[in-house]
Design a protein around this ligand. Structure first.
Ligand code: TYM
Length: 337
């Protein structure tokens, strides 16, 4: 009974549509988005504004947006419970980003590891957007007064900056923004490349075998796991320095719910070949139904449009309250409604 009177917390998160969704995105974030739908007021976004910090081909970008929208839906998002909108359809995001740019320090942005990594990878295009990107992300979260932000471990630094910006703003103007917290899963928070297990699994991985995509056919998934880089010990156990096996054990544990001790016991006396096949099969059991739903959804463009349109409208209404409040506090005069 008591639970019914406790106000549900607000959950917000987003994903960039910069290519096909990976097993890392799924285990680190989207699986939690789905799990949280019933217990929280959830709101999710396709962060398309974020993708243009890196140059995009227009036709490919349009296709990526639709594909990514359909794949997140296919993971099990129900827009009637958890509206899932397209960031660029809500102008409040660009508006809050400019405002927050003016409350974020150059030194803070210079310390962001993602900025440092991306400027190394795109040395010919270190644009201002790449630098101020964390302020746009902070705005995404703060517009909806989110309590919890389900993300993978790589976003932790951005969430901490979001908190700092919000606290600074609140100190100046009173309680405008709720201070959010990251919600990072116990297993799967940092899925590593299958080919280079010291680097994060990423869609921009040069070696396609390092990254498992939600759209990969079953045979391809199995092949990628069978080729995964491991060590020469040939014993399935979690230990420092065994990055490849540690990564496979983390993935297996995240997908099956088995503890590391249980996995070590189950594979005692068996070789890496058996283990890699078992991980591949467990991942296929999880991803295969998602891929089938994804293929179905892609055929129904009208339904996808309907889902994002109603979500866009909801997000705009909700975020307008926060932006109006923030602007009034700063000293702007609001337009007559
Ligand atoms: P993005 O699009 O790079 O990734 C989406 C989500 O997937 C998680 N993730 C991983 N988790 C575990 N292992 C991996 N190898 C892995 N790779 C990615 C990310 O942590 C993320 O949760 N800036 C964000 C998108 C964003 C956002 C926001 C997130 C924009 N606005 C507001 C939260 C709140 C990004 O680029 O994520």
């Amino acid at each position: 009974m008591e639970n019914e009177t406790v106000k549900k917390q607000v959950v917000f998160s987003a994903i960039q549509p910069s290519g096909t969704i990976t097993l890392g995105n799924y285990l680190g974030a989207i699986r939690n988005w789905v799990r949280m739908q019933d217990d929280y007021h959830c709101l999710y976004a396709l962060a398309d504004l974020h993708t243009i910090t890196v140059r995009q081909d227009p036709a490919v970008m349009r296709q990526n947006i639709l594909n990514a929208y359909a794949s997140v839906m296919a993971c099990g998002i129900d827009v009637d419970k958890a509206p899932f909108f397209i960031q660029s359809h809500n102008p409040n995001h660009s508006q809050i980003a400019w405002i927050l740019d003016c409350y974020t320090q150059f030194g803070e942005l210079s310390r962001m590891t993602q900025f440092k990594d991306k400027s190394l990878r795109h040395a010919d295009n270190i644009n201002a957007g790449l630098f101020t990107y964390p302020a746009l992300m902070a705005g995404d979260i703060l517009l909806y007064q989110a309590d919890k932000v389900p993300v993978g471990a790589d976003q932790k630094q951005h969430i901490e900056l979001t908190r700092d910006i919000a606290m600074r703003f609140n100190q100046l103007y009173g309680n405008v923004f709720r201070i959010p917290e990251g919600f990072i899963p116990k297993d799967g928070a940092r899925v590593m490349s299958l080919q280079n297990p010291t680097a994060k699994m990423s869609k921009s991985d040069e070696n396609i075998n390092g990254c498992v995509l939600l759209t990969d056919p079953d045979t391809v998934i199995l092949k990628k796991f069978r080729r995964a880089v491991t060590d020469s010990e040939m014993k399935v156990r979690y230990a420092p320095g065994k990055d490849g096996i540690n990564n496979l054990m983390s993935i297996y544990s995240a997908v099956t719910g088995l503890s590391f001790e249980q996995i070590e016991r189950d594979f005692d006396g068996k070789g890496y070949g058996d283990f890699k096949t078992a991980v591949g099969e467990a991942v296929i059991a999880e991803l295969s139904p998602i891929r089938k739903r994804y293929e179905e959804l892609l055929k129904d463009r009208g339904y996808i449009e309907e889902c994002y349109s109603k979500s866009d409208a909801f997000a705009y209404r909700l975020s307008s309250r926060t932006i109006d409040k923030a602007m009034k506090k700063i000293g702007f005069i609001l337009p007559k409604k």
